[in-house]
Design a protein around this ligand. Sequence first.
Ligand SMILES: C[S@@+](CC[C@H](N)C(=O)[O-])C[C@H]1O[C@@H](n2cnc3c(N)ncnc32)[C@H](O)[C@@H]1O
Ligand code: SF4
Length: 271
Amino acid sequence: MNQQRKLLKNLTPDYLHDTNKSFDLPSSICFRVTRYCNAHCSFCLAPPDGAHPDVETLIRRLDWLLLHGVETIHFCGGEPTIHPGLPVLLEHVNAKGGKIKLTTNGITLSDELLKILHATGSQVKVSLHGNREHHDAIVGRKAFEHTTCNIGRLVRAGVRTSVQTTVVAGAQEVVEWVAGFCLETKVRRLSIMPFIPRGNGLTRREDYELSSIQRRSLRELVAKKRRAFTGRLDLRWLDFSASPLLVAEADGRVILESSTEARDVLIYQIP
Ligand SMILES: C[S@@+](CC[C@H](N)C(=O)[O-])C[C@H]1O[C@@H](n2cnc3c(N)ncnc32)[C@H](O)[C@@H]1O
Ligand code: SF4
């Protein structure tokens, strides 16, 4: 993270126009394969914006990132699994020596993708926001059955799998439920993410944003449960607003994203 802060400090708008300048990016980047999605989460921080790049374009961008110091490509979106080129992209990064992470809503997972995730040693994070009723309400469709079934398939296939849960105001109890699901399913890591007001989430701020008291109490709950689950489940607090996140957008912009769009910094447009 210090690396990201240093990068932010050293980059000036001149970089945007100076195509000859060489510089190293941080070792990991969130790579938005597409902004399209098969779900409709009302809090989505990266909602559809019309960009669905072709495989050649995405490969060119991946090569550029790997050439500029990125070692881990964290595939996300939108929903990466609905891009038909995802298996090819994973194999490409793996062949170039890059490490792979993938965050998905887990609604679709083809046999081909499952096989490639295993073969490439990818780490997969699946978003699951609570029990059937709560999850389907958050995701805006019937998704719980598909997602939980695909978490089981990933675990059984030996893919390194964790669960990621976004918590909105008034829904603290999901922590207990999702932790129980992980223990039952043999998922060894669970990340709890408090809602942040980005993208569509900005318009739902009043409903979803945790007050500072709620946020503190959620954080304390996670710390308490973390101790209780020691040795069985690695329960983590993951706050997107804590420090800027480096993102390659589906339109090729490289951005340091903060808790709100107003604080984002455009670093580069990949040629
Ligand atoms: C933007 S999604 C993209 C990947 C995939 N579609 C998914 O949902 O897992 C990445 C993660 O961000 C979380 N997320 C989306 N909007 C959020 C918000 N406003 N606050 C906190 N987390 C959010 C999602 O729940 C998901 O775990
Ligand atoms: S959070 Fe993920 S699954 Fe939900 S709408 Fe956004 S991209 Fe789709």
